[in-house]
Design a binder for this molecule. Structure first.
Ligand SMILES: [Zn+2]
Length: 228
């Protein structure tokens, strides 16, 4: 965000700007060079614009809350290094996003052209994400149970180490292998345990029963479900 502009006597212009995430304050000179405001040293960083969600394209980072600021490349790299994901699949196409803290960006979706129009009401899911802390060291990112348009139809924890019938089915839906006639969104969240993630499948309210039925049909019941 540009905080202040300075016009010097020789007409050179300086801007005072800060990184939306780490808050580091920079002075940008007329030539676009960045200096650390605190020490006056040249900064070995770049600043990227945070676009509004409606302007975002693949790889552009945007603020989930719609802040139009700047983010430094150190923070951008950090956020994109370890992150959760939201994928929206509908009959109109697919949109795959990386998400970390209050920022998100487009990710490639197996060669398919991302359909940014799907971001629309799916932003509600991103905005409802929160960190659920279970003790001083442990916790997990979870999504909202319900938003204006979406309901969490099913969800839970999953191992990052192995596949399951359920993860195969969800993957088949999100890759388009199983065609679903309504939009489905899957939110994957990081946990403090690298061996597990949280997952939640969202659909619009009128499709909850249809989605549950589909998952039951496509996913064989685990052996223990047969025991009475
Ligand atoms: Zn930063």
């Amino acid at each position: 965000m540009i905080l202040q502009e300075y016009q010097c006597e020789d007409d050179s212009l300086f801007l005072l700007v800060d990184c939306d995430y780490c808050g580091t304050r920079f002075i940008e000179d007329e030539d676009g060079l960045l200096w650390l405001a605190e020490t006056g040293q040249e900064a070995d960083r770049y600043l990227y614009p945070l676009l509004s969600p409606s302007e975002a394209d693949e790889d552009d980072m945007f603020s989930i809350d719609g802040n139009e600021g700047l983010i430094c490349d150190w923070c951008r790299e950090d956020l994109q290094g370890t992150h959760g994901a939201l994928t929206i699949r509908s009959p109109e196409g697919v949109l795959s996003l990386g998400v970390c803290s209050r920022y998100a960006w487009g990710q490639s979706a197996d060669g398919e052209e991302p359909n940014w129009e799907l971001l629309g009401d799916a932003l509600e899911i991103l905005r409802g994400r929160y960190y659920h802390r279970t003790d001083a060291w442990r916790g997990a990112y979870l999504g909202p149970n319900e938003t204006e348009h979406w309901v969490e139809a099913t969800g839970g924890w999953h191992s990052t180490m192995e596949q399951s019938d359920l993860s195969d089915t969800i993957h088949a839906i999100m890759s388009g292998e199983i065609v679903v006639p309504f939009p489905v969104a899957v939110l994957i969240g990081l946990t403090s345990n690298v061996c597990s993630v949280t997952w939640a499948v969202y659909v619009h309210k009128e499709n909850v029963e249809a989605l549950r039925k589909l998952l039951e049909e496509k996913t064989p019941a685990p052996a223990w479900a047969q025991v009475r």
